[in-house]
Design a protein around this ligand. Structure first.
Ligand SMILES: Nc1nc2c(ncn2[C@@H]2O[C@H](COP(=O)(O)OP(=O)(O)O)[C@@H](O)[C@H]2O)c(=O)[nH]1
Ligand SMILES: [Mg+2]
Length: 352
């Protein structure tokens, strides 16, 4: 299940009430006021987490609640504050507040979404609902003429609201492979319009996104994400930028130069790439993937293709020659099954 948008209700904790209390000692039966303040209510905090690419946890738990602060105590004791609760969301989650407004024409209530945070950086945090402050105890209300105050203030309510979380992905499928495997050539061969640079602010790597038209009503998006090198999972080069981009694709297409040009071995290349992906995120490694064996026009490719099939027995391997356009129809058919979406579906949002 790939949940990319969800509505949640969130409520931070209420502050504890201030206490109304008078000191009662053995030798001071009528002591002064000593009621302490209430503790703070817990806040609801969101944190962008690079190890997940789905909002599915909120599908089953769409109520985010934090605890209330404790009431103040005698002896000027401040009540205990409730802990803030941190909820993780994937990097790239856009958060909007949902308000309901009345449609002036029909009188129906409609929801409106007002964007208010975009979590684009790993570990970035955001306070979704702030916990209420604790109330003041009666000790604060004592003055020279008012020695036995009975006043205290209640704790503040925690903030609450309904929110829309939406995971903005770069593309439905991402092309992954070492330089010169043929990713750019493939993207050009498959996409209908000239691919555009994706509008993602957090990197010097520029993913190119193209739209594939499967039929008049069905399309999908495909990203060419440059920059993979060995050691990416250890953040060598721009490794983490690269991996963060592919985290935002639902399906991974591993492209290899099946001819093994420049002394490369396609099997070793693929093992290395899979390993980098696994090391970075086990969730990413479980995502649907297939192998595109490119450059099948070259004579060395045939043997390597057999070796590749032997090594990755359970993985779909599509032999193509992107430069010549060979194998594109079979690849398109397969991609349609994996990522094709009806264009009437409002969730299909082509890149700007
Ligand atoms: N013989 C052959 N060469 C190809 C094929 N696809 C791409 N190339 C060549 O491989 C080189 C790298 O291709 P490119 O798409 O830039 O690779 P990228 O670095 O993965 O984007 C270029 O010189 C292409 O012309 C193919 O199907 N057959
Ligand atoms: Mg390229």
């Amino acid at each position: 299940m790939f949940v990319d948008q969800i509505k949640v209700f969130a409520r931070a904790g209420k502050g504890g009430d201030g206490s109304m209390h008078f000191h009662r000692g053995k030798f001071r039966p009528k002591g002064g006021p000593d009621g302490g303040d209430g503790g703070k209510g817990g806040s609801i905090i969101l944190q962008a987490d690079s190890s997940t690419n789905s909002l599915r946890q909120y599908f089953f738990n769409a109520k985010l609640l934090a605890k209330d602060g404790d009431k103040g105590g005698a002896n000027q004791c401040t009540g205990r504050s409730a802990e803030d609760i941190v909820f993780k969301v994937p990097v790239g989650t856009l958060i909007s507040r949902i308000t309901t407004v009345e449609d002036p024409e029909t009188g129906e209530t409609v929801e409106s979404f007002e964007p208010f945070a975009d979590l684009t950086q790993a570990n970035q945090t955001f306070v979704l609902c702030r916990g209420g402050k604790g109330g003041k105890g009666n000790v604060h209300f004592k003055t020279s003429t008012h020695q036995a105050p009975r006043e205290f203030t209640p704790g503040e309510a925690g903030e609450e609201g309904r929110f829309h979380f939406e995971l903005r992905s770069i593309a439905d499928a991402g092309l992954v492979g070492f330089p010169n495997a043929g990713k750019s050539t493939l993207l050009r061969a498959l996409s209908a319009a000239k691919p555009k640079v994706a509008n993602y602010p957090f990197t010097t790597l520029q993913p190119l996104v193209g739209v594939i038209e499967f039929s008049a009503q069905r399309r999908g998006t495909l990203a060419d994400i440059p920059g993979l090198i060995e050691g990416a999972s250890r953040n060598v080069g721009l490794g983490h930028d690269f991996l963060r981009h592919i985290m935002r694709c639902r399906v991974l297409l591993f492209v290899v130069d099946c001819a093994g040009s420049e002394g490369r071995d396609p099997i070793a290349d693929l093992e290395t790439v899979r390993q980098e992906v696994k090391l970075y995120s086990s969730e990413l490694a479980k995502r649907p993937w297939l192998i595109i064996a490119n450059k099948m026009d070259l004579p060395e490719s045939q043997d390597n293709l057999e070796r590749l099939k032997d090594r990755f027995k359970r993985v779909r391997i599509l032999p193509v020659a992107a430069e010549m356009g060979d194998g594109m129809e079979a690849l398109r058919r397969h991609l349609d099954k994996l990522i094709g979406q009806d264009t009437n579906n409002t969730r299909f949002a082509p890149q700007e």
